[in-house]
Design a protein. Sequence first.
Length: 705
Amino acid sequence: MIEHAPTGADIRVDVDRALPPVRGLPRVPSHGALPHEKVSPGESPTRVGDGIQITLDGLGCLIPARRGRDDRYTERAAKLPTVDEVPGKAGGGGKKFKTLLSNVTGTIYSGDMCAVMGPSGAGKTTLLDIISRRKTEGKILGKNYFDGAEPSKSMVKKYTAYIQQQDCFFGGATVSETILFAAMAKLPPGDPAEKHAKVAEVIAQLNLQRCANTYMGNRLIRGVSGGEMKRTAVACALLCSPRCMFLDEPTSGLDSAMAQEVICNLRALQVKQGCTFVVTIHQPAPVVFDAFNRLVLLNIGRLAYWGPGRSAPLEFFAAQGFPYRQGYNVAEYLIDTLSHHDEETGGGHDFEGYYARSKLCEENAATVRETVEACDSGLAVDSGIHADGKGKSKYANNLSRELWVLLRYKGLPRAKHPLFISLRVFLYILLAALLSSFFYSQDRQLTGIFNTVGILFIAVILPCFMAQVFVEEMKFDREVYTREFNDAYYRAGTYVAARILTEIPYLFLSGGAFAAVLYWCIGLNDDLERFGFFVLATFVNFAIAMLVGFTIASGIAGEVGPAVVLPIYTTLNMLVGGFFIRKATIHAMWIWLYWISFLQWTWSAIMLNEFGGEEYTDHCEDGGGGLKSFLATMPLSPRQTRAVELYEYSRRAGECEAVLGDSVLGSFELGGRDKWECLGYAACSIPVLIALFYVGVRYVRHEKR
């Protein structure tokens, strides 16, 4: 007799009363677990809905152990055929590994609503990542089966959905725009009206009508609440009617009411669609815990329980000498019992060993063996997840359609956001106005000429420092596109193309506005053809600076790295740009950077545009005051003294000789160049940076799971 052991009626909350009804969904009884039939090899299982049956056979995960860290579960990789054989003490020499999961074996049946629980660090998220094929680090052991066959990664993406613990969305889009984009990206091409209707349906199902026109929000944009964001993530996943959904702590950070509402919607959808749900959850409230009909308990990476949920684990733990106390939260009781009485923490009880010796473990293992034998013998019933995927892409749209969807349903909302417009246009107009206030109306005496040279160099390097805006945006965006790549929304190439095409109109606006304000205020050459070239050169420079920001942020992982690399890269290009150090005096180890520096070529182009073929006689009108003031305030290099010599000659001859623009160019070793060639060399950086941007988006991993 179990002391104080409750019956199911004693502790189970009536889900039908506790969970409010969802519009359009029938109310169903919640007594006991969902029915399942034991399936013999070759027979078709009786399913609840169209959910996937997930079978895990000795699943494990090892990660390289760090030096100086706890290595109780480490050993050479070559000696690890299964996780069970990892000894308690590490052997000498060789690469060592730490065990995150060990010999996880069991079955989650079609239509189950399964909770994965355990103390912090038990391996819950690791298990979820392995099943969903999103694990990016470590050595995976064992196998998992979907409907009795090993699934490919592309098919897992096509038929399942994964809801991360930290939701990642573009903050400048509304809830309805976010869900509509998901519908257009994930659903096959068809009538747009049907997709809009599907969006309206899931918004109604998940009670998102009140926040449909609210921004999603991020660290800079105020948006929806945590519960609304979590329900939006579920809504995006439901659009393509997945057969299985994985959710990593969907109630984390929510109050009890919000947590109950999220689980309520999941439970109602499970009842309606029969989708299999696998949810990691940390100490849920009684009402939330009672919504799960199957429970997996993990402790230090090993199974402590796998079986029916609700009251069933209480009897299992009571049989080990840990009876349930009336009035105690069942979930907290289970977690606290594992945490305080585990022999790893000095409690002296081996919960994992007890489960491994139990009849429940034997039954689970026997069910798994039947599935594995049926798979090995070719008798497993393919429910369609594998046969349907043969020869078919995991993406719903082709390349051109993907590009259109990204531009129309993601690029347009982004481009319309006030913050986006401010950072692209108004910020550069303000900067041009500030620079113009310092360099307003420069004359063509020598002091004015060299001031003009300085402002032209500033105009070239400024967009490169301002590329930090693009770095920060891409740091936000890479979390979003990583999730959408995992969910097979679109390909890396179409994302890169759409991101660049979205920026091009604003590059014209910002470049044109910046060039127009600066050009006329500082008094550059009033020839319209030269003004047009200056605008074109500014556009090319802005485009390159944007791509530099995107490339650095997409190619360098972490939060700090991109912010450090950008100013270093810009400073190096600035030093070899030809303004501070003449080409002839650049050290041999850096001369290669001079020839490939887009700053150097862009500055050369606008210098040739401004001074090429010009003659200046302003210094003749005031008796040479411009030259005298220049000599009094600034030293000149030997190459720059030619203008002084011309002036002295004019005094002796009684005539004032003009200062030649070609002489100014020669003093910076720019003579003999063509401005169009220089701009063309600068533009050669664009395809290189686009290729590097693609490589960063496609191959650099920004998440470690």
